[in-house]
Write a protein of this length. Sequence first.
Lengths: 301, 301
Amino acid sequence: MNKTITGLGQASYDYIAITDSYPPEDTKQEILEWTECGGGPVATALVSLSRLGVKTRFMGRVSNDRSGRLIRAGLRHEGVDTRGLKTLKGGKSQTAFIVVSQKTGGKRTIFWQRPTVAPLGPDEISAAKIKTSDMLLLDGLMKEASIRAACTAKEAGVPVVFDAGTVRDGTLELLGLSDYIVASEKFARSFAGGPKKALKKFRSFNPKAATVTLGAKGSVTSAGGGTFATPAFKVAAVDTTGAGDVFHGGYIYGLISGFDIRRTVEFASAFAALKCLKPGGRDGIPTLGETLKLMKDGKKR
Amino acid sequence: MNKTITGLGQASYDYIAITDSYPPEDTKQEILEWTECGGGPVATALVSLSRLGVKTRFMGRVSNDRSGRLIRAGLRHEGVDTRGLKTLKGGKSQTAFIVVSQKTGGKRTIFWQRPTVAPLGPDEISAAKIKTSDMLLLDGLMKEASIRAACTAKEAGVPVVFDAGTVRDGTLELLGLSDYIVASEKFARSFAGGPKKALKKFRSFNPKAATVTLGAKGSVTSAGGGTFATPAFKVAAVDTTGAGDVFHGGYIYGLISGFDIRRTVEFASAFAALKCLKPGGRDGIPTLGETLKLMKDGKKR
């Protein structure tokens, strides 16, 4: 597919431990499976798009520490253009240790190291790369660079997709600059008190479509004056790490493929569901064929 | 000091996260400080001896994975001779993620990946290196190699120190081959029902001395027909990771320095207490001068 997606956001390196159960404090818990890979909402969404044959470019910041090197290597391995991922000496890249408990059906407890490296500055992003993209994906971190990128995209007529995960400084500006809003349930609750109220508030920013993802409960979408719910596909999930990120990748894939909004959300939903069959944010990303097959044959929850 | 200590045991690579508190399942917890270094009872004890100027040699097994490379590099960086640390392709080296909660005074919750690389075999250890050592330290893991090493030491008149952490297959044989037994409180409980009962049982193996460490409660020692308690030094501990291992290093240092057994235990106790002032198993290992100063001026609990 001859399309290019540029994303700007926070990249992380994730250590993921599958355990039988989440242990009480002051005890020892054996790890059944240790996986590690790059993470971060936009970074993993771009990896999922790259797997589907879409050209992708990532803009962000890492330190020159091990996590930073592994983040870059992981993205390059997946064919993501990392020339916009800038390295600074010193500080720490974001790193996380994620415990996934089998006993509670894959519930995740996340220990995370906040990045101490300076965020990407607005003057460090390439306007030319944004203008020559088919879509821009933002996660709302690195506020100043994100707003500059969104304004650049707007001026050039490049649609902006906003992955709204947490309400933070700059969120309102980015909602106003977005063509598509895909928010987590957590965001919807803290922004508006719940998914339906959030969709209503999102409409005041006049996006082409807005979706709130609800995990195993599927998602709700507002578009073209109407609202619809999409149930999740029924899969034997072992780890939901990255499922939201892969949903965003699938959403963009649907949009640039010319799917209507219902089929776009359904595609994103199937794409994200299949990811959950393997531990880690990226190992389980399915192929186009697998995703279309689940859409055709899969059972809804 | 012109002495050489050889140790054989399990090496690990530890990621240590200092957090404000230990989180409930299904939540996110920020890591305040992320430290990482090699670990393992014998490996860290040898590092502590190397810091005090003692020649040290480590025998063990790692895989050729990242943890294995980092374990070897960490030991070499500390001047430990790693020619007896054998690498096998494939499998996994032992790796741990340790959460240290400040709210509960440094309580540790350990997530650990069991090594899947084959243990060191008895024919892979160098008898010549053991015979030319002043003391041999064992942790009871890799049973067959440990028993062979202990027998080789015995025949050559090299004293054997046994770090008894967990009761497992081979424990009784090693207790019988040991000149000095230093056991954890956990070992004492599971082996004999408690520290005093353990000391009594240890005497049946006729060691020169046996000590049970009790964390902040100090230790109890049986030697020369008598028994004595040693209180712990009062320090503002931030992380007890590796404190037991450093205690073993200090214990050996006292013995090879010709300290009597009371002074040996007191030295080990001060040496281990100072380690706890810094996160991680090795960063906080103190100098000889710092340890002697705490012995002279320090407050007991």
